[in-house]
Structures are given as structure tokens and as C-alpha cells.
Write a protein that binds this ligand. Structure first.
Ligand code: SAH
Length: 305
């Protein structure tokens, strides 16, 4: 079977809108890559330079592909009234190359103080105190290169205490759950509505020696909100709209009193609306981390353990 890769290189401002659009056409979601990551920029904690993001999606190369391309180009035409919009680039990829297609763009990165994320197929020298995570995201989102993933990782590094119970909601490749486990969490429940993400999370957990701590399941908030399960920390890196909808479904209830909640996938303009929704579900926003236009909101639930 053959697939058509659609890719567009955009700036941070239009990235979310383009990703949302491609999501409608792409099979199993979209891949967002940050180009030109400067490793040194991370070492001294600087804000990285504004970079280009490449958004990729894949559609089956079948008779409906031409129509999908036309509809996509139409929609991009509308969007170009608001943002400068490059033309999409199409490329045919074979099934076996499909999951490999993005690998050429994926490089090791350092995050926070000690986290070191590398592609599974790249060996690197690390410092003894580094916490190394090796990933093969396959078709699941979560190479660790997206700013929202990086913000969540920094925040996890600051907030994960040994022995805690963590929920990784929208786990993608499992990257955040694995980081939490490696930082000493006792257990992680990793949920995603995409079965591919569940499979990839299990594989990556195994690869990183934390399979015993991580339970990956297909599902979302509804599979836990009515149970008595409470978490010391939850991390939700999806998009603002979904986070707000989850707040209306009592997302705050799954955080134990005194527990922490980290949210990303949010662009700065949406952060106030997300915080308002967090307050309604019983969470208190504490601080924001920023990278470019992206924000990670750190919140907690009032009360004692
Ligand atoms: N946690 C990873 C992946 C984030 S991408 C990272 O930080 O890099 C967002 C993920 O959320 C995708 O894998 C998508 O399938 C999943 N997702 C989207 N809507 C969801 C929902 N309502 N419930 C659970 N998962 C969802």
C-alpha cells in the first residue's frame, strides 16, 4: 500500500491552525516537527530562537486522494487570507517507509536540567546524571521535539516526586509518562483515544525499562472520572479546546486534593480561557511556562493529601 505525505512548513503562529486542518484529512493524526533545534540554546536555559515548524500528515494513495488534496488546498486558500501560507508538498511513501518518513528530521535533544531525549536509533554519550529517554514514536505524536512536549517535560522535571501516581492523558508516543516514570513516579496510567498511541507507548515503555510502571490503555477521561481513581499529578498535552471540554467533564476530580495538574497544547491567546475552565473544575492555576507562542499551565488542586 502507498501513502501520500502532505507537508507544510509554517511559523509558530499558523502552526496550530494548519495542524488542526491536516488532522481532518490525515490518517492517525499529524506530526509536528520543530526545525533547527539549537541544542546549546537549551543548555543555558535560553528561550530558543523562533523556528519553523513542519506539519506532516499522511493519506492513503487511493482514488479519493485527489479530492482530499483539492479540499485541503481550498481550505488552505481560505487560511492564506489570515496567515501567509506555503503550498503543501506531496510525496508518495510506501507502507514500510511510512513510519520511517519523518525519522531523518529527528535529532537528540536536552530538556530542562537532566532530561536527554534521543531517537532509539541514535547512540549518544551522556553524562552520568542524565536521565535518558530513547523514543521511536512511529506514527504516534510525541517525538519530544514539539515545544508543548518540551514545556511539559520541563514541568515534570520540576514537579514529579518519587513514588507519585501519574496520569498521562493523550499519551501519544508515551514520552511524558516515560519521563515521569524515569523521574521516579511509582506508576503511570497512559490513556489515548488512538490505539496506535497505546501500542507505541507500550513499546517505548519496554524499551526504556519502565514497562512495569506504565499501564497504557485506549480511552480518555470518561474511563476514569467515574472511578475512585485519583492521581498525584496529571499531565494533559492535547489542545486548548479539548482541555476546556474535559474541564466541563470534571477533569479536576481525578486530581487528588493537594495534587498537581499540567496542561499544554495551548497557545498564549487561549491561556486565559483554559485557566477559567480549570478554576471551574476545581483547579487553581499557579504558573505558566512559555516557549514561543506555546504555553504550559501548571495548576494544583487545593487541599491536603
Ligand atoms: N503526550 C504526547 C502526545 C501529545 S499529542 C506529547 O506530549 O508529545 C496529543 C495526543 O492526545 C494524541 O496522541 C491524540 O491521539 C490524543 N488525544 C486527542 N484527543 C484526546 C482525548 N479526547 N482523549 C485522550 N487522548 C486524546
Amino acid at each position: 500500500m502507498e501513502w501520500i505525505e502532505i507537508s507544510l512548513s509554517v511559523d509558530g503562529e499558523s502552526a496550530e491552525a494548519v495542524a488542526e486542518l491536516l488532522q481532518r484529512y490525515g490518517h492517525q493524526g499529524v506530526v509536528i516537527e520543530q526545525d533547527n533545534i539549537e541544542q546549546e540554546a537549551w543548555d543555558d536555559g535560553d528561550i530558543p530562537p523562533v523556528t519553523t515548524l513542519t506539519i506532516r500528515a499522511y493519506i492513503p494513495a487511493d482514488p479519493r486522494a485527489e479530492e482530499a488534496k483539492l479540499r485541503l488546498e481550498n481550505a488552505l486558500g481560505h487560511m492564506s487570507l489570515m496567515y501567509p501560507m506555503p503550498r503543501p508538498v506531496y510525496r508518495v511513501v510506501h507502507e514500510e517507509d511510512w513510519a520511517e518518513a519523518w525519522k531523518a528530521h529527528y535529532h537528540p535533544i536536552r530538556i530542562g536540567k537532566r532530561l536527554f531525549i534521543r531517537p532509539l536509533w541514535v547512540q549518544m554519550e551522556t553524562d552520568p546524571e542524565d536521565i535518558e529517554i530513547a523514543l521511536d514514536p512511529g506514527m504516534a505524536f510525541g517525538t519530544g521535539t514539539h515545544p508543548t512536549t518540551q514545556l511539559c517535560m520541563e514541568s515534570l522535571e520540576a514537579h514529579v516526586q518519587p513514588g507519585i501516581k501519574v496520569l498521562d492523558l493523550g499519551c501519544g508516543s508515551g514520552v511524558l509518562g516515560i519521563v515521569a516514570a524515569k523521574l521516579g513516579a511509582h506508576s503511570v496510567l497512559a490513556l489515548d483515544i488512538d490505539p496506535i498511541a497505546v501500542r507505541v507507548t507500550n513499546e517505548n515503555a519496554q524499551q526504556n525499562g519502565v514497562a512495569e510502571k506504565i499501564t497504557a490503555q485506549e480511552g480518555s477521561l470518561e474511563s476514569i472520572v467515574h472511578s475512585a481513581r485519583r492521581f498525584d499529578l496529571i499531565v494533559v498535552n492535547i489542545i486548548a479546546k479539548v482541555i476546556i471540554a474535559m474541564c466541563e467533564q470534571h477533569l479536576g476530580d481525578v486530581v487528588r486534593p493537594g495534587g498537581m495538574a499540567l496542561f499544554s497544547g495551548i497557545i498564549e491567546d487561549q491561556a486565559d480561557d483554559v485557566e477559567a475552565a480549570l478554576i471551574k473544575t476545581g483547579l487553581q492555576p499557579l504558573s505558566r511556562r512559555k516557549q514561543g507562542d506555546w504555553v504550559c499551565i501548571e495548576a494544583h488542586r487545593a487541599g491536603q493529601h
